[in-house]
Design a protein around this ligand. Structure first.
Ligand code: UN1
Length: 517
């Protein structure tokens, strides 16, 4: 094994997660479904090779599918509250491993350790949510139009759920899907991002231990590795009734078409272009905290990251100055060092896209107010550290209409009524998260009304990122329309069945039809 960074307790964390000796192969719990080409995982923190994980071949995938379908036969027969007990144990294991997993997330993906811990906390929270849900997978009862008949609906497990997740939330997004799918009686096959494969292996190890302790088949959770070609095995597979995919809109369109082509279901959580509207009645201090965390948290690589600030012209300069001032205080560096606010981008390709965005906004007539740039020198050897940048721009600029997964914030000006700001906000292809900063009740309610924000998430006096797991998470338009995590998002992981029972000796037909024999 390559010598990994021993500072910040990384080596110890890898040992605790059982992923410290992944070199020429993979460890995917006791299931080993990966015998293909090597995927190398480099840390954007220090550029070092963390591990080599094998990718999944077509033959390996078939084995995973067999393990999953056979595990489904056991798992679906277990009463849901008993499945809840297994998820409770899984949540407890996550509590035990929270620091170690948070550290691995930070080291492999580059977000701050605090945010890594926050991500594991989201996993723990969804497990708690799922345990409660295990006693609430309820359907409705209806009154039948026929005498002596009872009608109701019930929810049954779907089968094998395919999960494709992105690098930016390498563990939480899996858990939102998997905790609900498991509670619903489904089994899961997970393809994590090829940019964070070790996080996948670590999670699989934790799940495998819980299943083993309970004499349950590990096939309830299967891990496969690789790029889009491995994902395609699931999107094209009729044995996978639901594919949940998180990532870019480009990827989501391909997944949606492939899954729809075989009339399967997809749950898509794709790109965002999230804005905060700042009205004349906004609390400037709160606006700055919400906007800066939203724009630079996870180095601008959340699907909920704040990309646009739509500021009323009467307070534009004041808000701009306050935000520029806050950017001056940001510390950029090793995300495991808790004194830093901003870590690296995921890789040098992402750095290239960040640079392109800054070039393009200037070409389109924008004005840079906080200079960007790639950092070099001691501590920045990976080449992935960039300065969060701010540009004044116009809403219609091509670059402003696109999601750049990097810390580039656009300042846009509006005048007149809040409706003008809402128009600017809605006038993009994406529809994930949105926010308004105002102490004016009328403006807030207009923003939340049916003529207001068109996004899946609309917040008042909170930024665009950092949603809680209790609400349904997802967005409209090019964000894909899917909803994950809380509320009634569980329903997509089940099939609904309507049942009508006749307890008479007659067979009356519905709609008054007579069919006498
Ligand atoms: C994502 O970026 O894919 O709302 C998920 C948030 C987090 C989840 C983001 N709870 O920012």
């Amino acid at each position: 094994m390559e010598a990994v960074a021993t500072d910040f307790g990384i080596q110890k964390a890898l040992e605790q997660l059982g992923v410290n000796e992944i070199n020429e192969g993979t460890s995917t719990g006791s299931n080993n479904f990966s015998n293909g080409d090597i995927i190398e995982s480099f840390s954007p923190v220090d550029g070092k090779l963390i591990a080599k994980v094998k990718s999944t071949t077509k033959e390996d995938y078939e084995k995973a599918m067999q393990a999953a379908t056979s595990a489904f036969k056991t798992w679906r027969l277990m009463p849901a509250p008993q499945r809840g007990e297994i998820i409770r144990q899984f949540g407890d294991k996550l509590r035990e491993k929270k620091e170690a997993l948070g550290k691995l997330v930070s080291y492999e993906m580059g977000k701050s350790y605090q945010e890594g811990l926050g991500e594991v906390q989201e996993m723990i929270d969804i497990c708690d949510f799922a345990v409660g849900l295990s006693r609430q997978l309820h359907g409705l009862t209806m009154h039948s139009e026929r005498p002596g008949h009872r009608m109701y609906e019930q929810y049954h497990p779907l089968g094998v759920v395919g999960i494709i997740s992105a690098f930016n939330f390498p563990v939480a997004v899996w858990s939102w899907n998997t905790a609900l799918a498991w509670i619903c009686g489904d089994v899961c096959i997970w393809k994590p991002s090829e940019k964070a494969p070790l996080c996948g292996v670590a999670c699989q190890n934790i799940a495998a231990e819980v299943f083993k302790n309970n004499n349950l088949p590990e096939g309830i959770s299967c891990l496969i590795n690789g790029d889009y070609r491995v994902g395609e095995l699931m999107t094209k597979d009729t044995r996978v009734p639901l594919v949940s995919a998180t990532g870019s809109t480009r990827m989501g369109k391909i997944v949606a078409q492939e899954v729809a082509g075989r009339l399967g279901k997809s749950l898509l959580e794709l790109g965002g272009n999230n804005a905060i509207i700042v009205t004349p009645d906004a609390d400037i201090k709160m606006t700055v905290i919400g906007a800066v965390f939203g724009a630079v948290g996870t180095c601008g690589q959340r699907c909920t990251s704040t990309r646009r600030l739509i500021i009323h012209d009467s307070i534009y300069d004041k808000v701009k100055d306050a935000i520029v001032d806050a950017y001056g205080q940001l510390r950029i560096g090793n995300p495991l060092d808790e004194s830093n606010h901003v870590g690296p981008l995921i890789d040098t390709d992402a750095v290239g896209m960040y640079q392109n965005a800054l070039t393009q906004v200037v070409e389109e007539g924008g004005n840079i107010v906080v200079e960007g740039g790639v950092l070099s020198g001691e501590g920045y050897e990976s080449g992935c550290y960039v300065k969060p940048a701010i540009a004044e721009a116009e809403p219609h600029f091509n670059i402003v209409q696109h999601e750049t997964f990097a810390p580039v914030l656009y300042l846009l000006k509006y005048s007149g009524d809040v409706e003008n700001a809402i128009d600017i906000q809605n006038n993009v292809a994406q529809g994930l998260s949105s926010a308004i900063m105002t102490n004016n009740l009328r403006e807030a309610e207009r923003f939340l009304s049916h003529a207001g924000s068109d996004c899946g998430i609309a917040n008042v006096n909170i930024g665009t990122s950092g949603a809680e797991i209790g609400g349904a998470f997802g967005g409209e338009k090019e964000t894909g329309g899917g909803r994950e995590s809380g509320s009634d998002a569980w329903k997509i992981y089940m099939r609904r069945q309507t049942n009508t029972i006749n307890y008479t000796t007659e067979l009356p037909l519905a709609q008054g039809i007579k069919f006498d024999l």
